[in-house]
Design a protein around this ligand. Structure first.
Ligand code: 2HG
Ligand code: ZN
Length: 474
């Protein structure tokens, strides 16, 4: 839907922000802002994209768009997997990719203050150079940005020990629809003054406001880390081992799973040589005092052996560990490159139900005949169930088959007491499945909350929540 007011918006924004900030109609780069990393075959062209450089510019865009009733879709690095940054109603894409300043890293307060476009991996390198640590490590850390991480409440492997992005966002500056700028939160380690607006903004996928600055909690950098690979004959054996390790009280920082399909797709590209006989791999990482590494690795090794591992491999050297992690981060892009359709989910089940969930995913794959790769943050019960096909993604029958299977995965997840998304968000692709998990009452309270921040529904419209049944606007 293109509104009459949206049609001239590029010119208005150019006059306000300068032409270098606006990618207008006909520009070859504009198409990039109509796509993201979601499995949708459609392309959603915006009227224009604005590459903001400052809070003032973000606020100006939100003021002008409110005045002219033009939809605005905020966008970070465009690495989201659920269509959260797609301008499905046209209008303006507001990109924070140019806001890349690390304003402050403060070892005394253990905080940093950053703009939203800072690449997560760059921030990690910079804080680590000062002996500090920012734990959240989404697999896309080399290209995703911290604003997008906060908007989706991103996780990653180390969430197992250190928690997700929300636990590190202490304070925020947010520009609201209409142009008001709000600073909320704190710089202190603790603080309970007023309601927790910061927690309320994190994870709202750009539907409440646009994050323009973040104050993040840092930790002292762990002095040492070591990685162990438990090789198992198959996924059920690896899943059972993960459950036992959890019950056994071990507290590694990472407890990941990768099935054979996932491993087979990275073998050729990986510097790390994965064992040929691996039917599934459990990736475990410990950190802490250098003197404790050997003991911790030994304990994990013994536990894996007792739990039926066919092999246990250790990686202590930095270069070897880097190779393991590079390979792990290659799983998602390698699967994406190999298949025309990759419907990837990030369901999360209670930890006691991991084995059952893995069996149910296997059942969905057998029942539908769809190849399925499973990997991810199994220690958190957060499984990346990837439904894969070489068929045409635009073919309605293919779409129905793939999303029908995804729906079965969601239904099994909910039956086991789980949630639709552990870390990627709901965006557009999962919006209509939210009622599987949440009651109409809960959804309606969230709609009221959204309306408080954005009464005209212009900010990232059509995302996060399903439309009302009677409404044709969503
Ligand atoms: C990962 O953990 C990412 O690698 C991507 O969250 C997951 O592609 C996926 O399903
Ligand atoms: Zn993940």
């Amino acid at each position: 839907m293109k509104t009459a007011t949206a049609a001239g918006i590029a010119g208005v924004l150019e006059r306000e922000l300068g032409s270098e900030a606006v990618i207008g109609p006909g520009h070859e780069r504009l198409d990039d802002y109509g796509r993201d990393e979601s499995p949708l075959p459609e392309f959603f062209p915006p009227e224009c994209a604005v590459l903001c450089q400052s809070t003032e510019q973000v606020a100006a865009v939100l003021r002008i768009c409110k005045e002219r009733q033009v939809p605005v879709t905020p966008r970070g690095a465009g690495s989201g997997m659920c269509g959260g940054a797609l301008p499905i109603k046209g209008g303006v894409v507001l990109s924070t990719e140019k806001m890349q300043r690390i304003k402050e890293i403060d070892p005394a307060d253990l905080v940093c203050v950053v703009e939203p476009g800072v690449i997560t991996g760059v921030l990690q390198e910079q804080v680590e150079a000062q002996g500090l640590f920012y734990p959240p490590d989404p697999a896309s850390l080399e290209f995703c940005s911290i604003g997008g991480n906060a908007a989706t409440n991103a996780g990653g492997p180390r969430a197992f020990k250190y928690g997700v992005t929300r636990e590190y966002v202490l304070g925020l500056e947010v520009a609201l629809m209409g142009g008001e700028v709000l600073r909320c939160g704190r710089r202190t380690a603790k603080g309970v003054t007023g309601y927790d607006l910061v927690a309320g903004f994190v994870g709202t996928e750009g539907t409440f406001g646009v994050i323009t600055e973040l104050t993040l909690k840092l930790l002292p950098k762990p002095q040492a880390a070591a990685t162990v690979l438990g090789v198992f004959a198959n996924v059920p054996a690896a899943g059972a081992a993960i459950s036992s390790l959890l019950r056994g009280g071990l507290r590694p920082r990472v407890l990941e799973l990768a099935d054979k399909t996932s491993i087979d797709h990275i073998r050729a590209k990986s510097r790390y040589r994965f064992p040929e006989n691996a039917g599934a791999i459990v990736l475990i990482e410990v950190d802490g005092d250098p003197d404790s590494m050997a003991v911790q690795m030994e304990k994990i090794g013994v536990a894996c052996d007792e739990l039926g591992a066919i092999d246990v491999l250790g990686a202590t050297e930095a270069a070897e560990r880097r190779a393991v992690w590079e390979a792990r981060r290659l799983i998602s892009p390698s699967l994406k490159a190999a298949y025309r359709v990759k419907v990837n989910e990030d369901v999360c089940v209670p930890r006691g139900r991991i084995v059952e969930m893995l069996a149910r995913v296997d059942r969905v794959s057998a029942e539908t005949g769809i190849l399925c790769a499973v990997f991810g943050h199994a220690g958190d019960g957060n499984l990346h169930v990837n439904l894969l096909s070489h068929d045409d993604p635009a073919d309605p029958a293919v779409r129905e088959k793939m999303w029908g299977a995804a729906r079965r995965v969601f239904e099994h997840t909910i039956e086991l007491g789980g949630t639709l998304s552990g870390e990627h968000g709901i965006g557009l692709t999962k919006r209509d499945y939210v009622p599987l998990e949440q009651s109409e009452q809960v959804i309606e309270w969230q709609r009221k909350w959204k309306t408080m921040w954005d009464p005209s529904g212009l900010l990232n419209p059509g995302k996060k929540l399903p439309g009302r049944k009677s409404s044709c606007s969503e």
